[in-house]
Ligand binder design. Sequence first.
Ligand SMILES: C[S@@+](CC[C@H](N)C(=O)[O-])C[C@H]1O[C@@H](n2cnc3c(N)ncnc32)[C@H](O)[C@@H]1O
Length: 283
Amino acid sequence: MSNATIPAAGQSVRFWEQQWLWWHRIAPPLRPAAQDIETLVRLIAQWCDTRGCERPAALLLGVTPEIASMHWPEGTRLVAVDRSKGMIENIWPRDAIEGAQVLSGEWGALPIAAGSCDIVTGDGCFSQLPYPQGYDDLARELARVLSRGGLFAMRAFVRPEPSESMQELLLEMNAGRIRSFHAFKWRLNMALQPDTATGVRLNDIWAAFMDLFGDPTSLAAQTNWPFADVETIHAYRNMEARYTYPTLSELRGELSARFTEIACEFPDYEMGERCPTLLFEAR
Ligand SMILES: C[S@@+](CC[C@H](N)C(=O)[O-])C[C@H]1O[C@@H](n2cnc3c(N)ncnc32)[C@H](O)[C@@H]1O
């Protein structure tokens, strides 16, 4: 990654219009692992079988390539919606399932007709939104576009209850118990979030990292994590965007008025206890 792709101080850039440049450096748990995709494929197939849903109309929130090109039920008609031109142009995969379309749009006002979707899915979408208003807006929009009894299936990022403190996280790191920088970064983000309504500003994560470790080179040397992974912290520099990490009960609370939960599965990879795939049916 050249310095040209790291925003200079004071430069205001919409996060995802830069983030696609780092995409190939980002790995699970931030992106779905093979196990998450197997889970999603299996749960969607089972749901279609038991509900007698054929040739489903499916909506993908975002352009997650692993989901766009996964094994969907036969005849699935897939539409994806994302607000970022950079992500649509550069990350939407060439091998998306046959006939798949991608639209530019906001999840809070989807360019999709009411009651027209059998399935909505996505990866980690709630963490992109302010809590609780953005969660509520998305839940309302999903209830609008889904048919009655339609399926909403999504991997979510949830923080432990109580949250892990910075002190606990650094003890784990110094003891060599965190295997990848990606898992460490996600835990750092969660530990720095004071509460879900405040979320955590990406530039504040970058500043906290620089205070703790200085240049990524020293942390890479100390931990044996690849420098190319540790350097991805620079994607957060000068970014005003905030991530939010709810507890599982906060997330469930935002959906419970409109949806019935039918499954919740946890993967067995590092930090999998914070990355459940949840299934809900629209009431
Ligand atoms: C799906 S999310 C999270 C990334 C995820 N872990 C993955 O691997 O796909 C990332 C995408 O969400 C899009 N996005 C975030 N907030 C959005 C919103 N309110 N409306 C539409 N797209 C949004 C971003 O542009 C980005 O392409």
